[in-house]
Write a protein of this length. Sequence first.
Length: 276
Amino acid sequence: MTAAPVTALPADYTQSMLAAEAANRDHVTRCVAGTEGSPDLVAHTAALRLYLRVPHFLTEWTTDPHRRAAVSRALALDIVAMKLLDDLMDDDTGLDRVELACVCLRLHLRALHELESLAQDPKAVTDILERDAVRLCGGQIRTKRTRAANLQEWRAHASTYGATFLGRYGALAAASGGGGQPADAVRKFAEAFAMTITVADDLTDYDRNGERDGNLAHLMRTGAVAGQDVVDLLEELREQALAAVGAPPGAPGLVPVVHLYTDDVLTRLLPRHSGE
């Protein structure tokens, strides 16, 4: 059964989340500027709010506040690095491509250094990155080569550039977060949450970027995907995320996060593309 919609996060959680987002932003932008990134690139990275915020969600299981902050900052570096790589491939930001490539590499290497210094088993960090790179990079290639024509194909594509992308950071958060991290649960939450965000991105990019081929909103509008099937997918992802955060020792602070983001897609974004 689906829980009742949650319209806002608790005030104390919002405060801690925004503080972490600000700390991650400052850490990332200092590294971008220190790599001689242009003011435009610094501003671009500073505006990546969800990318800077999501490490706070993935480190919810880390009980030591100082370690949690350090892991969150390190994750933010690599998440933004991969976003810049995506910007480089799409070439739709107007930013210099050489600059994107160089800063991406610098952020990635700095993140690797910081995560390895935090992990009990530093080799686990590179193992996670290398293992997931096979699925992530192969999925990106297939997505560009063959666009999804139905929901099954869309999910297959999104499971790589969405679920695997964030799932690797859930695994890294667990590997670097200290003892007692439920690695499977953290990763499963990250993957389910990522798919919800990927649905939101496609529904938004239909209008924002004019996406059509392979875009979920376009598939809905052309009748290739039924709106109810997308509703069912979102509810499935909600249940997966809630099951993950409920696994011992649990991360109850993420329960309203799951409801907030899922309900936002269901009530604000999905109706724009349903029944047309």
